[in-house]
Design a protein around this ligand. Structure first.
Ligand SMILES: Cc1cc2nc3c(=O)[nH]c(=O)nc-3n(C[C@H](O)[C@H](O)[C@H](O)COP(=O)(O)OP(=O)(O)OC[C@H]3O[C@@H](n4cnc5c(N)ncnc54)[C@H](O)[C@@H]3O)c2cc1C
Length: 379
């Protein structure tokens, strides 16, 4: 595999880095402190076509590949992890299922507005009683004539309240597990669709996460995504490539923490020298840098396989598992290397630590990544 970035990928990374550092990063601390949606960053992302990264030009998007998508998410996450997850979820698990499974009229109806960022997307799979075991979901979707009527309750939904479109998974019948699940495109203003509690979280304070309640929500049968009973396939395929985006988030958080800790330890003097000069400190920095390079290669490799249309489920799970564990460990060690300053919110270290934790949990916890990898290895 070619590990160097092509000139096009390098130019894209440079452009997104410039945007992220100049427009997104200056607000990251306030967004976290005030628990507010990063409007300036999302507006800038719209203008840069970052809300239609994977959407082909014929539907108004940038038409880029998964490595480009990963680079964009990584650079956003260096600057502000909340912004990165908002953009990531919109592109990967909201736009991409429509791209992969939507009928032509569904693509033409929804993708241009999503690519322009006029409609923000969300993915509503998890329920109070079904997280890792997503096939146990209970939301019902009953067909009456040309409509489906959805009832149920979703939880932990990223972009809740800000989304103009939710990919919702409900049970249409058939068997009681995966085979009975269908996927629907549900407009954010559908009567009966309500935002419940928006959670106060440990980190990712700018990214809204909360409950979505569906009470007699009527959607036209034309909003069924893929076929009836094939919704679980839609969810699993979306999450496969979604995990590459989560890995990109991890790379960004880890890179930010490591760069800032490296600078901090070069400037902080104790016992008459920079603390970075103590071997006990420099070895921590070297181990972090090595893990980060390995995580990046795993992630980019999964992205390249995905774009090439090759099997990538195992590689995406490996990348997600390795890079998010690395990000959590790196963020933790960077708090340590900043000493007391690492523990206070005047410095970014504790934010990276809080933000990194979510990545080991969402889009399949890291235990579930091991389940996926084992299944792929043993089949
Ligand atoms: C910030 C955030 C944003 C999120 N965004 C979304 C979103 O946009 N859309 C959405 O649908 N969901 C979203 N989620 C939900 C997320 O995907 C779930 O939280 C996750 O899948 C875990 O489910 P759970 O919380 O119900 O935990 P559970 O499934 O109850 O798991 C509890 C513990 O048991 C472990 N466990 C479970 N099964 C096994 C097993 N077979 N083997 C070993 N260990 C196991 C888990 O790893 C975990 O440690 C989000 C979550 C968070 C925290």
């Amino acid at each position: 595999m070619q590990l160097d970035l092509s000139p096009e990928h390098a130019a894209l990374r440079a452009a997104v880095r410039e945007f992220a550092q100049s427009v997104v990063k200056p607000h990251a601390s306030a967004v976290d402190h005030d628990h507010r949606f990063p409007e300036e960053a999302i507006q800038g992302a719209r203008e840069l076509d970052l809300l239609g990264i994977l959407v082909p030009a014929e539907y108004g998007g940038a038409g880029l590949d998964h490595l480009s998508f990963t680079l964009c998410i990584e650079e956003l996450a260096v600057a502000c992890a909340s912004t990165a997850v908002i953009v990531d979820v919109h592109n990967s698990v909201a736009c991409e299922p429509i791209l992969l499974f939507g009928r032509e009229e569904q693509k033409r109806r929804w993708l241009p507005a999503m690519a322009r960022g006029e409609i923000l997307g969300a993915f509503a799979l998890t329920e109070p009683g079904s997280g890792s075991d997503a096939a146990a979901l209970q939301t019902s979707a009953r067909r009456y004539g040309d409509e489906y009527v959805l009832n149920g309750s979703k939880v932990f939904i990223t972009n809740v309240g800000h989304a103009g479109l939710y990919i919702v998974f409900g049970r249409t019948g058939g068997d009681h597990r995966a085979g009975g699940i269908s996927a629907f495109i549900v407009p954010g203003d559908a009567p009966g669709l309500k935002v419940g509690q928006v959670f106060s979280k440990m980190g990712l304070h700018g990214s809204p996460t909360g409950e979505l309640v569906l009470e007699e929500v009527r959607v036209p049968a034309a909003n069924l995504l893929h076929e009836e009973g094939k919704g679980f396939q839609v969810a699993m395929r979306a999450l496969d490539s979604g995990r590459i985006g989560i890995s990109g988030q991890a790379l960004g958080i880890a890179q930010a923490a490591l760069s800032e800790a490296t600078e901090f330890t070069k400037e902080r003097h104790q016992f008459g020298q920079p603390v970075a000069m103590f071997q006990g400190v420099s070895f921590m920095l070297t181990d972090m840098a090595t893990r980060l390079v390995a995580a990046r290669q795993l992630t980019y490799h999964a992205a390249v396989l995905c774009t090439a249309g090759k099997p990538f489920t195992r590689e995406a799970s490996m990348a997600k598992l390795f890079s998010t564990d690395a990000a959590m460990d790196i963020a933790t060690d960077c708090v340590q290397l900043a000493g007391g300053y690492g523990y206070v919110s005047d410095y970014p270290f504790e934010r990276h630590f809080r933000d990194a934790k979510a990545l080991q949990i969402y889009e399949g916890s890291n235990q579930i990544q091991r389940v996926v990898i084992a299944r792929e290895l043993l089949r």
